[in-house]
Design a protein around this ligand. Structure first.
Ligand code: CAP
Ligand code: MG
Length: 428
C-alpha cells in the first residue's frame, strides 16, 4: 500500500519559480518511514487521499505536491501554483496547513515556513502604510515608537480608560492601545470609549505638540468590525486594532479591504497564536503567521520580546523581525528564502512583560524600527501612568544618547523610580 505515497516524493524535482514551497518538520508515526510520511503529507495537502485512486488523469497528476528534499526531520514540499486560488488565504491554508496535522501517519508535524511565489504575493493587498507610512503618520523619523496598553485590561469605565490614556499620552506615549479582550462590554462601551479617548488624544496633542494615536480594538463578527472601523474613521481615528487569530483570515482580509477605503492603519494582535506556534514539534510557526499577516496587509504585528513574560525564543523573534521588515529574506536554519518585492514592511511590535529597564536590550536586538509596548511597565510605575510613560521615553532617550540607564536615571527621577521597582538588564 505504501508505494502509492512514494509517487508524491521526487528528490530530483527542482521547484519552478511559480511553486509554493512548504518546509515541514515531521516525526513519522511508528512503522512509517520518513519518505512515506513525506509522501503522505504531500499527497494529503495537494490532490491525494489515503488510497490510490482509479481516476487520476495526467493533468491532475501534474498538480501533485512533491516532497523534493528530506533532511533529517525536515521535508520541503513544492506545490504547483494552480492548486491555490489567488487572493484567498483561507483556501491556501486549508491546503498547506489543513488535514495534515491530524494524520495518523505522523506523530508530530510543524509547518516551519512557506516560500510564496511572486504571483501569489501579488494577489494580496499587503500593508497600506508600512513602516514609512506609520512614521509619517506619527511624525517620528527614527526612534522606536512607544505604545502602552491600558491596564487593568478590563473593568475600567470609558471615562477612566480615557483618563489613563490622557496621562499616558501626556507622559510621552505615542500610541495608546486597547487590550486584546476589550471590545464593547457593559462597563466600557465601544462608541463611548472611542469618543472619550479621542477627545483626550486631541487634548494631549495640543498640550504636547506631538502626534498621538489610538489602537482601538474592533475585534468582533466581521460586519460589526466594519461598522466599528467606519465609526473610528468618522471620529478621527487613524488606526484599528484587531485580534487576527480569533478574528480569522477571512475576517482580516475583509477588514483590510475596508481599511483601504477608510485609510485606517491596522495593528495586529496575535492572542491565541501560542496554541499552535509554541511547540517546536507540532503546529504552525509564528513565521508563517507573520508571512500571512504581511501578505493580507497589517501595518503592525506583535513578535515577542525574548526577555519579557511570554515565551518567545531569541531565534524566533529575530527571524520574525527580519521576515516582516526586510524585502529579501535569506534562507537559514528553518527559514526559507523570500523576495517580498514591493510589499511594504510591517512594523514589528515587542510586547509582553516589558518595562523601561528592558528597553536597551530590545533596541539592541530589534533595532529602531520597533514598537515598544509596555502595559504593566507603564501603569505599574510607582508614580502612576504619566510617570511610567515618561520613564519609557527616558529609557529610549538614554539609548539614543548612548548613556547607560543607571547614569541617565540620576537626572531623570521617573526612570530612576522605574528601575527601582523593576531593575534593569545590561544590554548583552
Ligand atoms: C502586554 C499585553 C499583550 C501581550 C501580547 C498582555 O501587557 O497587553 O497582550 O504582550 O503578547 O495583555 O499581556 P504587559 P504578544 O505589557 O502588561 O505585559 O505581544 O507576545 O503577542
Ligand atoms: Mg494584552
Amino acid at each position: 500500500m505504501s508505494e502509492w505515497y512514494l509517487d508524491f516524493v521526487d528528490l530530483n524535482y527542482r521547484p519552478s519559480k511559480d511553486d509554493l514551497i512548504s518546509l515541514f518538520r515531521i516525526e513519522p508515526a511508528k512503522g512509517i518511514t520518513m519518505k512515506e510520511a513525506a509522501g503522505r503529507v504531500a499527497s494529503e495537502s495537494s490532490v491525494g487521499t489515503w488510497t490510490s485512486l482509479t481516476y487520476l488523469p495526467k493533468r491532475i497528476k501534474d498538480l501533485m505536491g512533491r516532497a523534493f528534499e528530506i533532511k533529517g526531520n525536515h521535508v520541503k514540499v513544492a506545490y504547483p501554483i494552480e492548486l491555490f486560488e489567488s487572493g484567498n488565504m483561507p483556501q491556501i491554508l486549508s491546503s498547506v496547513a489543513g488535514n495534515i496535522f491530524g494524520m495518523k501517519a505522523v506523530r508530530n508535524i510543524r509547518l516551519e515556513d512557506v516560500h510564496w511565489p511572486k504571483k501569489l504575493i501579488k494577489s494580496f493587498k499587503g500593508p497600506q502604510f508600512g513602516i514609512k507610512g506609520i512614521r509619517k503618520l506619527l511624525r517620528i523619523n527614527k526612534r522606536p515608537i512607544t505604545i502602552t496598553v491600558v491596564k487593568p485590561k478590563l473593568g475600567l469605565t470609558s471615562e477612566e480608560h480615557a483618563k489613563i490614556g490622557y496621562e499616558s499620552w501626556i507622559g510621552g506615549i505615542d500610541l495608546l492601545k486597547d487590550d486584546e479582550n476589550l471590545s464593547n462590554q457593559s462597563f466600557n462601551k465601544f462608541e463611548k470609549r472611542v469618543k472619550e479617548s479621542l477627545k483626550m488624544r486631541d487634548k494631549s496633542e495640543r498640550e504636547t505638540g506631538e502626534k498621538k494615536s489610538y489602537l482601538i480594538n474592533i475585534t468582533a463578527e466581521t460586519k460589526e468590525m466594519l461598522n466599528r472601523a467606519k465609526f473610528v474613521s468618522n471620529n478621527g481615528g487613524e488606526y484599528v486594532m484587531v485580534d487576527i487569530i480569533t478574528t480569522g483570515w477571512a475576517g482580516l482580509q475583509t477588514l483590510r479591504n475596508e481599511c483601504e477605503n477608510l485609510g485606517l492603519a491596522i495593528h495586529a494582535h496575535r492572542a491565541m497564536h501560542a496554541t499552535f506556534t509554541r511547540s517546536r514539534h507540532h503546529g504552525i510557526s509564528m513565521l508563517v503567521i507573520a508571512d500571512v499577516s504581511r501578505l493580507i496587509g497589517v501595518d503592525q504585528l506583535h513578535i515577542g520580546t525574548v526577555v519579557g513574560k511570554l515565551e518567545s525564543p531569541r531565534d524566533e523573534v529575530i527571524a520574525l523581525n527580519l521576515e516582516i521588515e526586510k524585502q529579501l529574506i535569506k534562507k537559514h536554519d528553518h527559514v526559507l528564502s523570500e523576495n517580498w518585492h514591493d510589499v511594504k514592511p510591517v512594523l514589528a511590535v515587542s510586547s509582553g512583560g516589558l518595562h523601561p529597564g528592558l528597553v536597551p536590550e530590545i533596541i539592541r536586538m530589534l533595532g529602531n524600527d520597533i514598537g515598544i509596548q509596555c502595559g504593566g511597565g507603564v501603569h505599574g510605575h510607582p508614580d502612576g501612568s504619566r510617570a511610567g510613560a515618561k520613564a519609557l521615553r527616558q529609557a529610549i532617550d538614554a539609548v539614543i544618547k548612548r548613556i547607560s540607564l543607571k547614569e541617565y536615571s540620576k537626572k531623570h527621577p521617573e526612570l530612576e523610580a522605574a528601575l527601582g521597582k523593576w531593575g534593569y538588564m545590561k544590554p548583552r
